[in-house]
Design a protein around this ligand. Structure first.
Ligand code: 6PG
Length: 257
């Protein structure tokens, strides 16, 4: 499903509505809701309507919040994804603090990645990669998502669920990230993408086979599905059929695997 919004206010409201609705369905069925957030512009786009329009009707006690990636900085550092989400959401809604799973900044990156895998295992078990109810992803102009960057060796990681990266092209260079087995284990993935500088890469992802040059296009959840929430700038290079449909369009991407 593609949803193209003419304004960021409309995009924010649309995404938040879908998150709140899905979270309520999952919570009603299973009693808990597992979600992973990315950083960048995503939290500021997604969280405000969750607070202003859905806070009272959401069972926040059921939410288990993880981070799809984290910059390797202290939690109070301006670059911290944890700090970003704390400011945008966690300080405003009553998600139990022991259900917000933060990466241990006191450990070296590799050890912190191992420790985060252990935190995932507490919630999801160890038999197979975690199957998040929802993973919220952005995309950089180069097609990176989480902290998986074009042509990086981490794209081939098939065992570790979480891994450190020390040479991220997007600063800061040192990060911790979910790997593709976790992203592709999700039941549902929402991509929230805005800005003209992503239009060409997004059009390639939508029209060409998956490629290591475009990691966001390698996110193909086996059992789940992907929903794309775009602004008109990011959607500007999409094939006319998709763009004009604009409202919602299913994408048969299986034949492009
Ligand atoms: C990060 C993010 C990263 C982000 C993209 C898009 O920690 O940097 O997780 O993957 O989602 O870089 O960022 P923008 O939405 O800010 O363009």
């Amino acid at each position: 499903m593609i949803k193209i919004s003419a304004s960021h206010a409309d995009l924010s409201r649309t995404v938040a509505t879908q998150i709140a609705k899905y979270a309520a369905e999952v919570t009603a069925q299973w009693g808990c809701f597992t979600v992973a957030f990315s950083g960048g512009s995503l939290p500021a786009l997604v969280c405000p309507p969750l607070i202003t329009e859905f806070a009272d009707q959401t069972d926040w006690s059921a939410w288990h919040v993880f981070f799809a990636d984290e910059r390797w900085v202290p939690r109070q550092h301006p670059d911290s994804n944890y700090r970003l989400l704390r400011e945008q959401l966690l300080d405003h809604v009553p998600i139990p603090t022991n259900q917000v799973y933060v990466m241990d900044e006191g450990l070296a990156p590799a050890a912190a990645a191992t420790e985060y895998i252990a935190k995932l295992a507490v919630v999801f078990g160890t038999a197979q990669p975690p199957s998040f109810d929802l993973v919220l992803l952005g995309m950089g102009p180069d097609g990176h998502t989480a902290s998986l960057f074009p042509d990086h060796g981490l794209l081939a990681e098939s065992e570790r669920w979480v891994a450190p990266i020390g040479d991220a092209p997007k600063p800061p260079p040192c990060r911790i990230t979910f790997t593709l087995p976790v992203l592709n284990g999700a039941r549902k993935v929402f991509f929230i993408i805005t800005g003209a500088n992503k239009a060409e890469t997004l059009a390639q992802i939508m029209t060409k086979p998956p490629s290591r040059t475009r990691p966001a296009g390698m996110v193909l959840p086996v059992d789940g599905n992907i929903e794309w929430f775009l602004d008109t700038d990011a959607a500007a290079a999409l094939p006319t059929g998709l763009r004009h449909a604009g409202i919602e369009a299913a994408i048969e991407r299986v034949n492009k695997r």
